[in-house]
Design a protein around this ligand. Structure first.
Ligand SMILES: [Zn+2]
Length: 211
């Protein structure tokens, strides 16, 4: 793969980062297709890297005429949304949400982990939410990923296996059902009468309800 990229792409400096062990290696292994690699590197080339100075500049421009003084810390629509960190999921656009309307709890896969439970507990008990949406999606980075291989890689690099589960899965619909079940079984989440699940299609933008 490295030789292929050396020959074809005029963005070698970026590949120094891609050549770093864990992230790039697992990215290319999981995607496995040259077209994806080219698309990924091309996208990186369109923006400065590291991003931080660009982000700070954009923030200053936004803050110049920003005013959210009318918003309360309690979400106005009394809803918390658990979803994946996937870069293609724009939660606000996906649901037509506005600033201040919902809690957004994101992690790899939108898994209902102990930490997601912690956030949902606070969301309901202290910040007034009463409804939960669990939204997983197609083409997730955790879908069909081998936890055994991932952990073996980590162990080879670090000498230890992680203390947490990676939460990989095969079927996103089944994974949503699993996540909802964890919410319903948690004693830390008092209100579970309005919990809904969906799989978001990252290509069409459609939400598929999970029953
Ligand atoms: Zn995902």
């Amino acid at each position: 793969m490295a030789a292929f990229l050396f020959e074809r792409l005029p963005v070698f400096p970026l590949l120094v980062d891609l050549a770093q062990p864990c992230q790039a290696r697992s990215f290319f292994r999981s995607r496995g297709r040259r077209a994806d690699a080219v698309q990924y590197v091309s996208a990186m080339a369109q923006h400065p890297f590291p991003n931080v100075d660009d982000f700070v500049s954009r923030n200053a421009a936004r803050a110049a005429d920003f005013d959210a003084s009318g918003l309360h810390k309690n979400p106005s629509r009394k809803v918390a949304i658990v979803t994946c960190m996937d870069a293609r999921i724009d939660v606000f656009a996906m649901l037509g949400l506005e600033n201040g309307e919902a809690h957004i709890i994101r992690n790899a896969g939108g898994a209902v982990t102990d930490d997601a439970i912690r956030s949902l507990c606070l969301s309901q008990r202290a910040l007034g939410t009463e409804e939960i949406l669990v939204i997983h999606h197609t083409d997730c980075g955790l879908q069909n990923l081998s936890e055994d291989e991932f952990n073996a890689d980590l162990e080879a690099d670090l000498g230890v296996r992680p203390p947490w589960a990676l939460e990989s899965f095969r079927d996103p619909h089944d994974d949503v059902r699993q996540s909802i079940k964890r919410i319903e079984l948690s004693p830390y989440i008092p209100e579970t009468s309005n919990v809904s699940g969906f799989v978001y299609d990252v290509v069409t933008g459609e939400l598929d309800p999970v029953t």
